[in-house]
Design a protein around this ligand. Sequence first.
Ligand SMILES: O=C(O)CCC(=O)C(=O)O
Ligand SMILES: [Fe+2]
Length: 196
Amino acid sequence: MNHNQPDLFQASPSLPQGFRYRPDFLSADEERDLVERFADLAFKAFEFRGYQGNRRVLSFGWQYDFNRMELQRTEDMPEFLLPLRERAARFASLHASDLQHVLLTEYAAGAGIGWHKDKPMFAEVVGISLGSPCVFRFSRKAGSKWERASVVAEPRSAYLLQGPSRTEWEHSIPDVDRLRYSITFRNFKPSRHPDG
Ligand SMILES: O=C(O)CCC(=O)C(=O)O
Ligand SMILES: [Fe+2]
């Protein structure tokens, strides 16, 4: 037996601390059903200070408006996402009711997301991937250099950003070759809940 074999459910040691990756979080049938549902949803071009990114987004529960720089209450999560929220919460050791916000993102071929940290009112982030695989890249400043790491987020996988992977590292996704969706559930930091 090879004791150096990395634990598939744990990020390899070179990945940021607090990052967890789980392949086959969804079955192929679940992935197909979700992609079919997404085709009927009203995604909107991501917009920031008048600039339209080439990805399209849709939020439920709460949405962060990047132009107004504030959270707004939005439509409740649709029923079909609730069992997935339950599973995402278990993966992150949270309660489903903690995950009051979900962002659906559609990356058409040629779309990606630039370097960023998620907004500071959010705590943990659980991301579920569908469609095209993508490279999930991490970067952080280490003295005068940048430290880098990356992992392939396969379709049907889930990842968790918590601890340093959430707070110290930025992440980005280079342009995908074909359609990818992500479902990102987030909870609020207790002191930053928009309901006070
Ligand atoms: O698509 C993903 O998996 C990540 C999306 C992301 O980083 C974000 O919306 O903040
Ligand atoms: Fe992000």
